[in-house]
Design a protein around this ligand. Sequence first.
Ligand code: C2E
Ligand code: CA
Ligand code: CA
Ligand code: CA
Length: 279
Amino acid sequence: VKDHGTNNYCIYKPEMNNNTLDKIIMENDLKRAIDTREVIVYYQPKFDTKKNILIGFEALARWNHPELGLISPCEFIPIAEETGLIIELEKLVLEQACEQMKQWHEQGASSLLIAVNLSQRHFYQEDVLCRINGILEKSKLEARFLEIEITESMAMFNEKATITKLNDLRDRGIQISIDDFGTGYSSLSYLGKLPINRLKIDKSFILDICTNRKNEAIVKLMISMADHLSLSILAEGVESKEQIDLLQELGCIEVQGYYYCQPVPAEEAAKFLKADSVV
Ligand code: C2E
Ligand code: CA
Ligand code: CA
Ligand code: CA
């Protein structure tokens, strides 16, 4: 199991060695968990450090297992992708996240964005836009408040198909972020062709940005790329004031990270909505 900072996750099954039987057991368990809403959504706030305001939340899947407790997405997302359960799982996350954001809008926080992660398997499905449309209509959330995060490596998988898909989403008014940016080696010319709104600098570059000159230089370059392409840029994984100050100096003012808040349940996330709880 990866290091999850201060999150207290459990390991799905200590004796699990990735063998087929274990996978089948987990697949069935996960299927049941999606049906019974054991899979839930946590929210991590995103801030604008110049205006000192909350700009939105990222929705992150959690499995609240009755016996094992909270299970990290790093454990069940890969299995969900392998087995195809990811479609149902992400539908659940999208539904919950859009409905929650609609409620927050109705409570007065009417400019906040909700970001949802989309897997490669789901993104390239023929009917993905149709499914998202259905969810938007049902929740009555305006499309421009929904942001889809796709990883940089996913976006590089198939250039033509990616551009077509992204154009469909953009035509619908949905925003697009490139997640884990900097880990996928996309070129400026390719990025320039993508109809996207935002780059999310991968947290591996932020981790030691204050002590690693190379990473500082890379982040500087990413910020300049975003600038040239007229894209927004957000740094994820900010854990200290020093990182925030340096990022601001370099020109990156949108941030997300444990410094402010870990991903938390909706009730807890709601405390950031209050006008006086700005950063
Ligand atoms: P991600 O999309 O890159 O999400 C950011 C991850 O970084 C989250 O881990 C978040 O808790 C963590 N993080 C946030 N701030 C900090 C920080 O300051 N320091 C550190 N060290 N970590 C921070 P989480 O919630 O465990 O999610 C892990 C990954 O699982 C996500 O990475 C995403 O790739 C995947 N995931 C979660 N939900 C979904 C989903 O609905 N669909 C898909 N396809 N993937 C999902
Ligand atoms: Ca993400
Ligand atoms: Ca990321
Ligand atoms: Ca990631």
